[in-house]
Design a protein around this ligand. Sequence first.
Ligand code: SF4
Length: 433
Amino acid sequence: MKVYLQALGCKLNESELEAWARDFAARGDQVVTDPRDADTIVLNTCTVTAQAARKSRNLSRHLSRANSNAQIVLTGCYASMSSEQAQGLPNVAFVVPNADKDALVKITRERVGDFPYAPYFPSPSVNEQVSLRTRAFVKIEDGCNMSCTYCIIPLARGRARSRPQNEIIDAIKSLVDGGYQEVILTGVQISDYRLQERESGNGRLRGLCDLVSEILRETPLPRLRLTSIAPWDLDDELLDMFSDTRLCRHLHLSLQSGSNTVLRRMRRPYTVEQFADAVEMARAMIPHVAITTDVIVGFPGEADVEFQESLEFVERMNFARVHVFPYSAREGTVAAQLPLHLSDLVKDARAKAMQRVADTAQAKFAKQNVGRTFDVLYEEQTNAAGIFSGYTDNYIRVATRSNKNLSNRILSTRLMENVQDGARGELVSNAND
Ligand code: SF4
């Protein structure tokens, strides 16, 4: 089978796509990079906003026009929440709901190609075959037990559930064998990672810290990056783990709003003061840590004064990066039923204002780190002029000129000046050998 895979939306969708690509390749299927060469197309959709759902439909139609002979398999949050509509799109052979996602490769091979399905063991060659980048996403948990009033994820992805630890460790070992330098642990909210420890017989609840220390102990992985941590889960035990320099100094803490009255209507279980304390604690314990976040603007009923509070709080927090989302009503959520929805005009204006604050903060964070030396994982040559780009562990994008191929190498780099979206770097003397 020749299979083309594409994902929209979050890092979790990306990590699922990468795992499926490795799974298909390990079974002898060819993972193609052009949908016109495929006989099967898998699209991992998103519905976190109305725009994302629209994009999912449009992309599915686009892929069917690009290759009218291919069978399309739709999965992901849009396909799960609107399965009938998704099934009705051109050339869609079938929908795999989120609940069956982990078995997508098996289902697809049996339904599309009548291909037998047998267990397999990831090998380095598979990773080389589907090696898309120097950094790999690894899914550790899915679903969510919270009920934030704007969020469709608990409806689309179900209750929180965690992947067995040994499975995660094996996947990371295979990625390291395949030459990956960095792994990004993904999930809906990875601090929700919980596993009842049967083996140890004491039933102790093992969480994210146990998993991270196991990965750092059991694998030679050079760099480990965490994604969304619930602000209310941030504690000394987790922050202490950053004394291991293989753990990237980057924390993504979703704020959602900088106004306490809006946070209450969102049913977020913290105040801006508690959030600020958590950030302060992290900065005190992890030098030069990057704190990134998500902020929704234009939540139903968000008064001018509430938006101003949110804007000023975000400014005060000096985030390294802020993802700004204009509120989007999602059918089935509590917030969609709330009164006083704001016009798109107001939401757009607030998103622009918040984005200006975000851009200023991002540039300021890069500037604060100019003059310092970091290990940068170089990903690709970005232009013919021998410029390679990559990320520091604290998530600054660095562009460095070199006449040597720096791809997939972690090299000591001095940040010389901040530039658009990051910094210009220079390799420290012996790094270019
Ligand atoms: S926003 Fe709230 S409900 Fe949605 S995934 Fe995050 S914690 Fe769960």
